[in-house]
Ligand binder design. Structure first.
Ligand code: URA
Length: 202
């Protein structure tokens, strides 16, 4: 397994962090992805939302949450009164991990090693943006910040060691994968309730 290579970034602002990220070789994911997908949003957003990794469309466009999962997230944010443009959106892993299948690129879950390697960037993003609240979407984003499982911490506001609040919820792509409309509706309502908590806290 590739060892993280320290490329010496200790960025002091988001433009320099984004610049340094383009050269990231901390794990092997950069070999196949189109580009690094950095976080996006205001420098000092009060709310930071962390997903897993860029998907197919994010990889092509270089921006997080612009594909189908992003549409679900947008709708949920609108529903709960959270403004996407005031939030800083990023991912635990900054390169798309996929397996080619014909013309399609199928999402692959990043390994613990890849999440560990990319935590270097996430820590810097958190240190620069200094959000009041971090919402993690899904198990990978949560794992990037804590050892807790989603079952243990979902929907509960927790204050981290650095004083930042954290709230864990599901990943919006989970809703897209549910085949049963009734189940999807109830899971969507739970997702909205989690985001409502975030919006009340801000
Ligand atoms: N899923 C994520 O976790 N992040 C994105 O940016 C897109 C899809």
């Amino acid at each position: 397994q590739a060892q993280p290579v320290d490329i010496g970034s200790d960025a002091i602002d988001l433009p320099s962090l984004r610049h340094d990220l383009t050269a990231c070789r901390r794990c092997a994911l950069h070999c196949h992805a189109t580009q690094t997908v950095p976080g996006t949003g205001p420098d000092h957003a009060r709310l930071m939302i962390i997903g897993e990794q860029p998907g197919d469309q994010e990889d092509l466009k270089g921006t997080p949450f612009v594909g189908p999962a992003g549409q679900v997230l947008n709708a949920a944010m609108r529903h709960t009164g959270l403004d996407r443009h005031s939030a800083y959106l990023t991912n635990a892993v900054k390169h798309f991990k996929f397996a080619p299948r014909g013309k399609r690129r199928i999402h692959q879950t990043p390994t613990a090693h890849e999440v560990d390697a990319c935590r270097w960037w996430l820590r810097q993003e958190i240190a620069i943006v200094r959000p009041s609240l971090i919402v993690t979407l899904g198990a990978t984003a949560l794992k990037s910040l804590t050892n807790q499982t989603l079952a243990q911490s979902r929907g509960r506001l927790t204050i981290m060691e650095n004083g930042t609040a954290r709230l864990a919820t599901i990943h919006p792509s989970y809703l897209l994968r549910l085949p049963d409309a009734e189940r999807r509706q109830s899971e969507e309502a739970r997702f909205h309730a989690d985001l409502q908590q975030a919006s009340k806290w801000l």
